[in-house]
Design a protein around this ligand. Sequence first.
Ligand SMILES: [Zn+2]
Length: 499
Amino acid sequence: MNHLRPLLGWSLSLLLLAPALDASPAAQLLRVYYNSKADVRALANSGADIVRHGDKWLEVVVPSDDEVSTQAAAEIQRVLARFDKREVLVKDLDTLLDPFRAAPDLGVYHTVKEAHDELAEYAAKYPEICRTESIGKTFEGRDIEALIVGPQGAKAAGKPRFLFCGAHHSREWISIEVPLALAKKLVTGYATDPAVKALVDSRVTWIVPILNPDGVTHSQTQYKMWRKNRRKHANNSFGVDPNRNYGYKWGGAGASTWPDSDTYRGASGFSEAETSAIRDLARREKFAADISFHSYSELVMWPWSYSEEHIAAPREAIFKKYAQAMAELNGYTAEKSSDLYPSSGDYDDFMYGETGALSFTIELGQTFVPSESEVPEITEKNVAACMFMLKNCEDPFPRMAHNPPAASEPSGFPVEVSLNRELWPDENVSSVSAVYTTTDGAIQSTDLPAVAGQTTIFSGNLPAAARTYHFEYTSAKGETVRWPPYRDFEAPPASGKGR
Ligand SMILES: [Zn+2]
């Protein structure tokens, strides 16, 4: 029996240590009133999560007043002293999640398992139009599951790609529900709704409802208003903010260098499983457009986030146009991401800055976890925004335009293409290739030189045997630019003359 004593001693001390190892500070929601943007920036740079703003006020998540044990909390308290007027809106934010945790299976909200089971069910039931894939493994070994909806196998080649992503941030449970509702609409509407069928047949839609399953699991089971992932740091604190960890313009303003902080940027860009999974997927798939869902504050936002600088004209106007169109559908406000304050290392900046996708962040609802009765309306109107994107953003930044030839002659038919100099001012192109398939299935190409005296118009002749065609050139960066990016044109019918 003697040998039991030391064992008992060990397990007791382990139990006592366990809470200290994961001392996630209790969080409160404050409303603070500011006089200058410098105050807003200082607060963002201190590591506080600014969740909503109005005229001269901010709602911000900060550690409770009695939580000054960490450097991150102390830094926030120091900056908060700049704000004369402060109100406590919710003293212990964790209590907001309690009613849902008390309900069986979180009520209307999906647990991680329920969400992933639902994707697997769709894949089993509708294998001709969807499948699941793990795009990465988290720090705690969970799969980051995706549902891919659209033509499967070889039939997916050449189709435009879209990405809809939820739960970068653990406590933003509603951000899981919109991608799941979109998945449901696409797979269950396929048989009955011709508009849905047309989109499913012509696009490849990637849906990642829970990018951060470790953090979401923690938030749903461990009674913490948790935001980040669950990487364990050397100082025994936890978590990197995935939406400050993308490697495009990583390490600037609006992200914390303290591991304890809610907006900790991580040791380096793409140090985390969640962000590197998106990086690898985006580089491979080359998405035309995408949305990342968060909560809350009812905004549709476009890049840049890291800087108040504008995207080069006229692409900024294109972002604004689509953001406003989606804001019409969900009733939110469209604004540039850095309108209030810059934050670096975020998803949209990477998606647009590196891969050129038309990339948006949508902040859902008016609280982190809206009441059960609000969820159907939030999902419905935001699925409408997703459907708008799928329908309209196939080729959001066209590189070229072309005049379709009316009819082919026995000698072939003329094609002419013009470069979009306004959108792509840096492209220096001396010739464009027309790539075509012939009746026997062979792929051939012919060079289209610039029209005399022109630098943006290219023309040439395709043989009458050409069936489909598209255009290509090599950019200054050495990449092959294909247009249209996802499909071929049909060759015109023979005119009948001379037959
Ligand atoms: Zn968020």
